[in-house]
Write a protein that binds this ligand. Sequence first.
Ligand SMILES: [Zn+2]
Length: 254
Amino acid sequence: MEIIFLGTGGGRINLINQTRATGGFIISGSKNIHVDPGPGALVHMRKLGLVPRKTNVLVVTHSHIDHISDAGVLIEGMSNYGLKKGGILIAAEDSLEGKTDGQRISEFHLTKVEKIVNAKPGESFDFEGGKFTFTKAIHDTFPAFGFILEMDGKYIGYTGDTEYYGGMDKLFDGCDLLILNVMKPFPDQYHGHLTAEDASKLIGRVQPKLAILTHMGMKMQSYPAEKKAKEIEEETGVKTIAATDGLRIPSDQF
Ligand SMILES: [Zn+2]
């Protein structure tokens, strides 16, 4: 199994400027799982020689454009160019039904998916070869989630976009790898996201074998992110990496 970071950028300025790429990440093991296919997901996959038709599971953790924009084209990949229903789509209700002002996946593309899972925090979903447990995320007015994926003998935790909340460390307890969306190196008034301080607290409490920071904004870029990861590593005693676009992490590293 390996984790492939297509894009590691977050935040609206980065999104448009593409200082860091966007497009989410892929967990490639007994199943190919693409998480948060934002702008560029398809293009970055092809650049890395990855085959969209081999995607088995698509996960959209919430309906902000940097997480959902390329879901439709990837569904066309999962469904053999849209010719045959295929793949599993895991998404929050709003991405499926568009009840609020978030983006949604088109009705056309929803008909191309073999199975749709409406992910709700606290619930789980078993598939052949693995299991997702969905975790709470406090982010915007519409539903969002993170997850713990159990596959190929490993537990991989992903925070999604969320602010820190009480009990979060207990949810991710036992994860071998923890992937965290960390927009900024400093605390500020911008709610709905983990600060680097929150990330350090979570990593320190969960004690995964490896922690990876991604979904980073412009201030993480200038800090720079590598320095912040080193600081977190020193604070927590946990090996911590700031992901870079195209980074591949084989599972023997966690
Ligand atoms: Zn978001």
